[in-house]
Write a protein that binds this ligand. Structure first.
Ligand SMILES: [Zn+2]
Length: 71
């Protein structure tokens, strides 16, 4: 159901509704899936999303976490 195309993780589902993500998850400081810190070198950009209020969020994830979700 979820299609993954290379490093394009922008179509991956988020683990929670954007409204329920922590501030750190919303700004991409920590992984959207496991909540641990992500570094720029290893982070997968999940793309710009919008929460229920239309506020843009910038979730990121570890490569392993994203590939687990994509598989
Ligand atoms: Zn993670």
């Amino acid at each position: 159901m979820v299609r993954s195309r290379g490093d394009d993780a922008t179509s991956l589902p988020l683990p929670l509704l954007p409204h329920d993500l922590s501030d750190d998850q919303r700004r991409g400081a920590v992984c959207a899936y496991c909540g641990l810190a992500v570094s720029t070198g290893s982070a997968v950009d999940l793309g710009v999303r919008h929460d229920g209020d239309g506020v843009r969020i910038f979730p990121r994830a570890h490569r392993d976490c994203a590939s687990h979700v994509a598989s």
